[in-house]
Structure formats: structure tokens, C-alpha cells
Design a protein around this ligand. Structure first.
Ligand SMILES: *Cc1c(COP(=O)(O)O)cnc(C)c1O
Length: 382
């Protein structure tokens, strides 16, 4: 193939399957033959392996993990497990997948959206402090804060925790884009009160279908979430409290056990791709993504700020490089939410500006050297 013909997609899910085809096929065959398809041995094994992987992180407590149907449900399950629902407010960011805000409303709680730090794209600490000190009028009491480790960059969790502890507010980490990211050497997802992970196919750890998982070091919370995800059953057919149906199926769990074995290597490959892009952009008018001191970014996305975004996307596209926008319209500007969602005192101006400038380059662990060279050459030409 001629180098000119190489097209670099922004993500490549077929490559995920091809990279581990034999093991994935064997895992699926094992489940099909077992005669047990939902909440069985594979799910329990995956939960145990994922919890052990998190717990092996520096300074991490012993974690427990509870699987569920998707990342949105993982957030909702934690909120329900903590008793957060109607009459409670939950603070998060508008610069996120709409899922974060949807999960808050799913449990009947009221979201309040905080602006972002323009460098990290994560929750702005001053705004969080301001909102906790003086919540918008009419808002129910804020019971939890959901920082989002957006693009794979850890939020300033130490500052968030200190502020939230003082206010008696729970911290739920949205780790949907940050499996394996670290803050001061500590594993993201083990620092707050609980963490939600999406296992959607494109995520750093992805199933080949829908899946999600929660993690916490609080054994009572884990037990409660394990009941709530299946009709509130503490014993089969007996509901001690109202629950939902959000189960992890055996097929996805078996596939995820295979995918987990390459997560660390895949994150390292994402970081190597990011380092190559950094170098290729050395003389470009666009700064490489900021990494706050002490953070280890896992590059779910490699995001540039490009004010003349349309033109640059077209130039890259002409050179065979696909890009994407995460996200083109912030939550507070979307039809479903605009005008009815509370915000911090300064509004969400940085979030709105980011939405007009952000552009995500291709990042996926299965990217070939030829594809990587192609993107780097295109970046050097900017
Ligand atoms: C993907 C994602 C979710 C939701 O996950 P689903 O598995 O799609 O429900 C939540 N938050 C963030 C930040 C995400 O990127």
C-alpha cells in the first residue's frame, strides 16, 4: 500500500478485536458453553480482578468492584448506594459526556454544573469552593461532587477531597475516560469515596458491547450496590429496598477479563503516541495537552485547542487523518438542559469556549507505526 493511501481513523474498534481475537473467541465460547449468561462466575471473576488491579496501585486501599450495565448506570448506582436522590443536589461539570449529568437526574437528584480550569479541562477548584460556600438559590443541599477525569487527565482530587470533607459532601470519581491514570503515583478511582468506570468499547478498558463497573473501599456500600443493581435483592427474590436492573452479562465480563490483561500495555502505548504528537507539535501554533504536576495522563483522548478548528480538521482530513470533537456542545447548552440547570457563580464560560476549540487526534493502542508516522507528518505541516 502506498503511504498516501493510509487513512488514520480517530478510533478503530475492529482492531481491538483483531489484536486479541483468539483469547476473545475462547472466552465467548466458554460462556456460550457454560449455560450461564448473566451475573455468574465470569462477572464475579472480572470484578475480583478489576478490584485487585486497582488495589495494586500505590497507597490504594483494598477495593471492591461491582459490575453493572454501563458507565451511566455505574454513576447512578453509586448515588443510589449513598442514598442520594430527590431532595439532593450533585455538583459536576458541563464539559463531560452528557451521561454524567443524565445519571444524576436518573436518580432524581438535581445537578449543578461547575466551570472548568481552561488548562486541564477539569473542574475549577475556586468555582467548586464558591458553589459549596454559597449554593445557587433554591438548590437542594449538595450531597456529592462528581469530578470527571476528562480525556484521561486526573482532576485535582486532593484539593477536591479536602474541600468536600469539610463540607460533608461525598466525592464520586467519574473515571469513564481514565482507567489507570495516576495522581501523585496513586491510582485514579481509589482516592474518592467511590468511582464509576464506563467499559464502553472505545474507553481505555472497553468491552465489545455495553458494560460498566463501580469501585469503592467501603464494603457496606459495595454490598448495597450489589443488591440495588438487581432489584434490591439481598437474597434471591427478596427485595429489602427498591432496586433497578443493571447487570453485567457474562459474555462481556469474560471479554473484559481478556482486555484487562493488556490495559497497562495499552495505556503505555497511548502515552507513547501522545509523546510522539508532543514532539511533532513542537513548532506548531498549538500547545500539546497540559499535564498538571504529579499527574499521569492516560490519553483516552489527545486534545488540542484550535480556534480555527474547522480549517485545521479539513487540512488533516486531506492528509488522511481523522479527528473528532469531544464535545461540540456543552451539557448546559443542549436542548434537554439549557435554561433549567443550575450553574456555579461564574457560569460556564470556559466550558463554552472549550467546546468551540477542542479537537481530538487519533489515539488507539492498536495504531500502527505507519499510521503514527502519518499523523506526525500531518502535525508537522500545521
Ligand atoms: C462514556 C462516559 C460515561 C458513560 O458511560 P456509558 O458506558 O456510555 O454509559 C460517563 N462519563 C464519561 C466522562 C464518559 O466519557
Amino acid at each position: 500500500m502506498n503511504a498516501q493511501d493510509i487513512i488514520v481513523p480517530q478510533a478503530d474498534l475492529g482492531a481491538v478485536y483483531r489484536a486479541q481475537k483468539e483469547e476473545i473467541d475462547a472466552a465467548v465460547a466458554r460462556v456460550l458453553a457454560s449455560g450461564w449468561y448473566i451475573l455468574g462466575q465470569e462477572g464475579a471473576a472480572f470484578e475480583g480482578e478489576y478490584a485487585a488491579w486497582l488495589s495494586a496501585g500505590q497507597g490504594a486501599p483494598a477495593m471492591q468492584a461491582v459490575g453493572c450495565a454501563n458507565g451511566t448506570d455505574a454513576i447512578a448506582l453509586i448515588l443510589r448506594g449513598l442514598g442520594i436522590g430527590p431532595g439532593c443536589a450533585v455538583a459536576t461539570v458541563s464539559h463531560t459526556a452528557v451521561a454524567t449529568v443524565a445519571a444524576i437526574e436518573m436518580v432524581g437528584a438535581t445537578p449543578v454544573l461547575i466551570d472548568i480550569d481552561p488548562r486541564t479541562f477539569c473542574m475549577d477548584m475556586d468555582e467548586l469552593k464558591a458553589v459549596l460556600a454559597a449554593p445557587p438559590p433554591g438548590l437542594p443541599p449538595i450531597r456529592a461532587v462528581i469530578p470527571v477525569h476528562i480525556y484521561g487527565h486526573p482532576c485535582d482530587l486532593d484539593a477536591i477531597l479536602e474541600t468536600c470533607r469539610k463540607a460533608g459532601v461525598a466525592v464520586i470519581e467519574d473515571c469513564a475516560q481514565a482507567h489507570g491514570a495516576r495522581l501523585g503515583g496513586r491510582m485514579i478511582g481509589t482516592i474518592g469515596d467511590a468511582a464509576a468506570f464506563s467499559l464502553y468499547p472505545t474507553k481505555n478498558l472497553g468491552a465489545l458491547g455495553d458494560a460498566g463497573i463501580t469501585a469503592t473501599s467501603d464494603a457496606a456500600l459495595a454490598k448495597r450496590m450489589g443488591a440495588i443493581r438487581q432489584y434490591g435483592w439481598h437474597t434471591r427474590y427478596i427485595s429489602d429496598e427498591p432496586g433497578v436492573n443493571s447487570r453485567l452479562d457474562e459474555m462481556q465480563a469474560a471479554i473484559l477479563r481478556v482486555r484487562l490483561t493488556v490495559l497497562d500495555a495499552n495505556n503505555a502505548r497511548r502515552q507513547a503516541i501522545a509523546a510522539a504528537y508532543d514532539e511533532a507539535l513542537a513548532n506548531a501554533p498549538y500547545a500539546a495537552p497540559y499535564r498538571a504536576p504529579g499527574t499521569e495522563h492516560v490519553f483516552h483522548q489527545y486534545v488540542l485547542r484550535v480556534p480555527e478548528r474547522e480549517a485545521v480538521m479539513a487540512r488533516l482530513r486531506a492528509q488522511g487523518v481523522a479527528t473528532a470533537i469531544h464535545y461540540p456542545v456543552p451539557v448546559h447548552e443542549q436542548g434537554a438542559y439549557a435554561g433549567r440547570i443550575a450553574m456555579g457563580p461564574a457560569g460556564c464560560a470556559e466550558t463554552s469556549r472549550a467546546a468551540t476549540e477542542v479537537m481530538s487526534l487519533p489515539v488507539f493502542p492498536e495504531m500502527t507505526e505507519g499510521q503514527l508516522d502519518k499523523v506526525c507528518a500531518a502535525l508537522r505541516s500545521l
